[in-house]
Unconditional design. Structure first.
Lengths: 595, 83
């Protein structure tokens, strides 16, 4: 490692390790300082692109610090979100939650700067395990179960990724993490892609996301909504750009997510489905693989982290204040939480792609890339989803939370209030950045990896297109809103297979397997134990009478012979003893001379 | 201040709705004057207010598909996994 390179992940890990020792008045400044230092480090590295932190380990060369334009933009937004998330969670006394969050951020930053599969895998798994603790930190039964499901699914994904890159190493001898040959994919190409796309929540490997994010702590969900899927998008851009299948999966993902978001009653599950839908745009862009599409994926990931973080912060503020996150238990909250309303509106309009908001300048880049690649069906599908996004996050969610019938219980209504200063500050920063990105294009566009393509979102036609879609989506919502009212239901998804499958496994273990085990035990008791007892009795008799008899007999013989010999040879008369000794020596001597 | 402003608008809901209709009409009329040389397909050039229609129908389709999907057995009782 050169002296000029300090890995930002190292700063986060060091901070997490030291955190329990920093108490009292030093805790809050420390919580702010560590992610700030990591952010400064990321900005410093961005000014000095290159390869750092190269180590030789056994036969492999491990590279911890690949700093280029692609890792730069993702590193920047992850470090920025670490600051925002930590400010948001500054009131949390539970140091384990902060530690888990920082290890999680470290895992993400480590994966982003990794240039080989071993380092990538190391940080990949760090992310999975650390984020599980953000779910468990909520400390209720549902979160415990959701955490187990989450870690099992991610362990499966990790194993698939591991098998993929090991097979690739066996075939090519190469461990470097870069663009795969997606034109003629091998088995390992598919396995690596599947391992990566599980973290991006690409169907059919997506169900973990709404399940886990809705069960995490308020602060935990703010971190989780930013890091796992977007780090996965980064790895997909790095390795699977231009992989056609991702176009189809991305479109399915975008549509699937929005349909489920509209059916959802749980606020944070709804936002989770929104993530699935929005990451669908990025996955489609990765599949298209053109320079503009890759820029679009990066820009949308950047914008998405901010507006989705803002929406999760708003939802977390409601959960923190009221303890409720179901739409059927909330409503009419604008009177009690007006600031939260403003920030959730900003987040909702940003995700919907309203002009002057971040989503407008990022999402449209992907749609334009689809049209430019002559994928008309994909372009129209993504525009349709943007209408659905406005419906779900820009209209339905704020309407049901803040304006529609007040479903709050008296206790919930009493508790409802705008959040503390730190949570509000984090939302102010998030909201400001959502607007800044939409209004001042160079802030985001200058960071994009492919500098050779230019994109101008604020054309009259594009503005007219967007405004028409949003206005008439609003009109349709106005007339059809009774069909999207929340109900006290859950929506079945593909996690049904492993949730019910797990129960089927338990039933199989408890019933047929248990019966079989009992039958074997009984058979053993009847046949095995009696046979064993009879055999044991025989060997006991044999041991007692035969073995002991022989041993005792030999002992008695030795004692008798020894006694008689001693009587003859040791009579206590010195002349006889000398006689026997000399005679014995003479016999030995003669035998020696003769022989 | 925010609460007062929202209450003010809610008290004049009908006027707000008419304003929204006005804005929508303005957007559609403006869209007819916009240069369509950047349009992706012929349909956008030939059908006036294409994206208005797209937004209206798209939203209605999404709502109906979600409703059909939910009623098809996807939406179920909350304690489904507890039983």
């Amino acid at each position: 490692m050169t002296t000029s390179f300090i890995h930002p992940a190292f700063i986060m890990i060091l901070g997490a390790v030291l955190l329990p020792f920093v108490r009292g008045p030093f805790r809050k400044p420390f919580l702010f300082l560590i992610p700030l230092l990591a952010f400064i480090d990321v900005v410093y590295l961005s000014q000095h692109p290159g390869t750092y932190g190269v180590y030789q380990f056994m036969d492999w060369e491990l590279t911890f610090g690949r700093v280029d334009r692609l890792s730069m933009i993702f590193g920047f937004i992850m470090a920025l979100m670490a600051i925002i998330g930590t400010i948001y969670g500054m009131h949390v006394e539970d140091e384990w939650q902060h530690m888990a969050a920082w290890f999680y951020v470290a895992g993400s930053l480590g994966a982003i700067y990794a240039a080989d599969y071993i380092v990538l895998f190391l940080f990949w798994e760090m992310m999975a395990f650390a984020s599980t603790f953000l779910i468990w930190a909520r400390k209720d039964e549902e979160s415990l179960a959701a955490g187990y499901r989450y870690i099992l699914v991610h362990t499966f994904g990790g194993v698939v990724l591991l098998i993929g890159f090991v097979l690739r190493y066996q075939a090519t001898g190469d461990l470097s993490f870069g663009q795969l040959n997606v034109q003629s994919p091998e088995l390992y190409t598919w396995l690596i892609m599947i391992g990566l796309m599980l973290n991006a929540a690409v169907p059919p490997l997506h169900s973990w996301l709404p399940d886990a994010y809705s069960k995490a702590t308020a602060v935990g969900a703010v971190f989780m909504c930013a890091f796992t899927t977007k780090t996965a998008v980064y790895t997909l851009i790095r390795s699977c750009s231009g992989f056609d299948v991702l176009i189809y999966l991305g479109i399915i993902m975008a549509i699937y997510g929005i349909i489920y978001a509209i059916m959802e009653n749980d606020v944070r599950r709804l936002l989770g489905w929104e993530i699935v839908s929005q990451v669908g745009y990025m996955v489609t862009a990765v599949g298209i693989g053109s320079s503009l599409a890759v820029n679009g994926a990066c820009a949308h990931a950047f914008a998405h982290i901010l507006y989705k973080g803002l929406l999760f912060m708003g939802a977390g503020a409601i959960l923190h204040a009221t303890g409720k996150q179901k739409l059927t238990e909330l409503g009419g909250l604008y009177k009690k939480m007006p600031l939260t309303l403003i920030f959730m509106l900003i987040g909702g309009l940003a995700v919907s792609g309203l002009p002057l908001m971040s989503g407008f300048v990022s999402k449209s880049m992907i749609i334009t890339a689809a049209f430019e690649s002559h994928l008309l069906w994909a372009g129209f599908a993504l525009i349709l989803v943007s209408a659905g996004t406005f419906l779900a996050a820009g209209l339905r969610l704020p309407y049901l939370l803040f304006f529609s019938t007040n479903n709050c219980s008296e206790e919930t209504w009493e508790k409802a209030k705008d959040p503390s200063w730190n949570m509000t500050l984090a939302m102010v920063i998030g909201g400001f950045l959502c607007i800044l990105i939409g209004c001042y294009l160079p802030f985001l566009y200058n960071m994009l990896p492919n500098t050779e393509v230019a994109y101008h979102p604020y054309g009259a036609y594009h503005l007219s297109e967007t405004l028409q879609i949003m206005a008439f989506t609003g009109l349709a919502f106005f007339y059809l809103r009774k069909y999207v009212m929340p109900k006290n239901t859950i929506s079945l998804d593909l996690d049904w297979f492993y949730r019910k499958g797990g129960r089927a496994f338990l039933w199989t273990v408890k019933n047929p397997l248990q019966w079989f085990d009992t039958a074997i035990s009984n058979a053993y008791k009847v046949v095995g134990i009696s046979t064993l007892m009879t055999t044991s009795a025989f060997w006991s008799w044999f041991d007692w009478n035969v073995i002991d008899g022989i041993v005792d007999g030999i002992a008695r013989c030795v004692r008798a012979i020894g006694g008689r010999t001693a009587l003859v040879l040791q009579r206590g008369q010195i002349q006889q003893t000398i006689y026997y000794t000399v005679s014995f020596a003479a016999v030995i001597l003669i035998a020696y001379v003769w022989l | 201040m925010i609460v007062n402003f929202i209450d003010y608008l809610r008290e004049r809901l009908q006027a707000v709705i008419y304003c929204c209709y006005g804005v929508m009409t303005f957007i559609v009329i403006w869209s007819l004057t916009v240069d369509t040389s950047h349009a992706h397909t012929w349909a956008e050039k030939m059908i006036p207010g294409f994206w208005s229609l797209f937004g209206l129908c798209g939203c209605a389709i999404i709502i109906m598909v979600a409703r059909w999907f939910g009623k098809g057995g996807i939406m179920t009782q909350e304690d489904y996994y507890d039983n």
